[in-house]
Design a protein. Structure first.
Length: 200
């Protein structure tokens, strides 16, 4: 199986990549490092990436950002950080990438617990995560050739919990192994149009 992992050198992405490398061919792409560079905010950059990778069996995205701040402080342009990156970046990876997938291939996007259980300063991030959940459910209905589309939505992983602890009072850190298994389930399982939640 030939798998492209966008964001494969990040906190979660590197663990996902390490798992799949045991048995599959893995290509890593990122904004500043990887086998190929890609800016997911640019459709042209995404198109160039897929022309280099050629046909794939799975696309996994673990990249994207959004602005965190109190709702009273957020300006219109602050919302566009998440809209351009985590929302449209992932939509465009799916939109363009589906044409570079083999029959029965899969696309896995990444959201997070904020869509269901937001905390302070996350009006923008929660909005983007919720939008991706709806996109996955709807777009999966239109895919052909056995291609599947899912999202993995995790809580704060244990590897990054200390950094974000103050933002998530009372939340339980999620073991990285459980999060990785969410991506395994999406890529190797039969799920389609699903939000795979890993919150505990």
């Amino acid at each position: 199986m030939k798998i492209l992992i966008v964001g494969g050198n990040g906190t979660i992405g590197k663990h996902v990549a390490e798992h799949f490398k045991k048995n599959e061919e893995v290509i890593i792409a990122g904004r500043s490092s990887g086998d190929f560079l890609v800016d997911i905010e640019s459709s042209n950059s995404i198109e160039r990436l897929f022309k280099k990778t050629e046909k794939l069996d799975a696309i996994v995205n673990v990249a994207g950002e959004a602005k965190w701040d109190y709702f009273s402080n957020l300006k219109e342009e602050d919302y566009y950080v998440g809209i351009k990156s985590k929302l449209m970046g992932q939509v465009n990876l799916a939109r363009i990438g589906k044409s570079y997938l083999n029959t029965n291939g899969s696309i896995t996007l990444t959201t997070g617990i904020l869509a269901d259980d937001p905390v302070e300063k996350t009006a923008s991030a929660a909005m983007v995560n919720g939008a991706i959940h709806s996109f996955v459910k709807a777009a999966s209905l239109d895919l052909k050739f056995g291609i599947r589309l899912n999202a993995v939505s995790a809580g704060t992983v244990d590897a990054a919990f200390e950094k974000y602890r103050e933002f998530f009072p009372g939340h339980n850190p999620v073991p990285m192994a459980k999060v990785v298994n969410g991506y395994v389930r999406s890529v190797l399982g039969k799920n389609n149009g699903q939000v795979i939640r890993i919150y505990e």
